[in-house]
Design a protein around this ligand. Structure first.
Ligand code: ADP
Length: 236
């Protein structure tokens, strides 16, 4: 079994609008898999289905050879584009709460949080409220709570938005290290540069359909020639 995640012919309608039309992807174990496409293409809808936030109308998703089920949620770490921290909670309180939801014990979570807070230079934020942090600082906390329980599958939706270039590079390095340590990563973005820097496989989603997929090296020329037609962001 070389694929950690397989989505097979997944469709999703919102009223009369088809947000996903029979989309299939196979995410190899240990890869950084780029879900690339312009805004509105259907990437978040697919990610929400993988996270069991939304049910598909057709098709199915397998994780590690098994149909997705409720317990799998602990095998997945999801960083949504719309960040979901409780603004009035303190950083430490919230991080511990989220870690325990993902099945970690309090002592294990504390140990891991200490490690990550040092790594990402978040020394004295433990007792600060989320609302007191800058966007970039809150982003770091959200990144940490996504990866803290070391899930098999990490899903990042536009993980660098809100970061300055130095911190974006820091997070990029951490994503590469997490892959080296055995995680498989799905990375959703409308920016080609991010995919080129990080991903080894990609699927290109456009207007609810998957129009290309494969190894990045194999399909680079083909998807570049598609850039203008589908309005991907390519130079900032
Ligand atoms: P992407 O992540 O690629 O930007 P989305 O999956 O967020 O795209 O959205 C795909 C399309 O589905 C968009 O046109 C969006 O407006 C629509 N859509 C997403 N969620 C809903 C919803 N809950 N109700 C109605 N339309 C939705």
């Amino acid at each position: 079994m070389n694929d950690l995640l397989v989505a097979n012919s997944v469709s999703k309608n919102f009223g009369n609008f088809k947000a996903l039309n029979q989309v299939s992807i196979s995410v190899p174990k240990g890869s950084i898999f780029g879900l690339l496409g312009p805004n509105g293409a259907g990437k978040t809808t697919l990610i929400r289905i993988i996270n069991q936030i939304t049910l598909p109308d057709e098709g199915h998703v397998m994780l590690d050879g098994q149909p997705l089920k409720a317990e799998h949620i602990r095998d997945i770490g999801y960083l949504p584009e719309e960040r979901g921290l409780y603004k009035s909670m303190k950083v430490g309180e919230q991080a511990l709460y989220l870690a325990q939801l993902k099945g970690m014990s309090k002592s294990e979570a504390k140990l891991q949080l200490k490690y990550w807070f040092e790594k990402l230079d978040i020394g004295d934020w433990w007792n600060k409220k989320i609302q007191e942090l800058s966007k970039g600082q809150a982003q770091k906390i959200q990144f940490i709570v996504t990866v803290l329980h070391r899930p098999k599958l990490l899903i990042f939706d536009e993980p660098f938005s809100g970061f300055d270039p130095i911190n974006a590079n820091l997070i990029k390095d951490e994503i590469l290290k997490l892959r080296e340590e055995g995680s498989t990563v799905i990375f959703s973005t409308h920016r080609m540069e991010s995919v080129e820097e990080l991903c080894d496989h990609i699927a290109l989603i456009h207007e609810s359909n998957k129009i290309l997929d494969g190894k990045l090296t194999d399909i680079k020329r083909e998807y570049k020639s598609n850039t203008f037609e589908i309005g991907l962001q390519s130079n900032n």
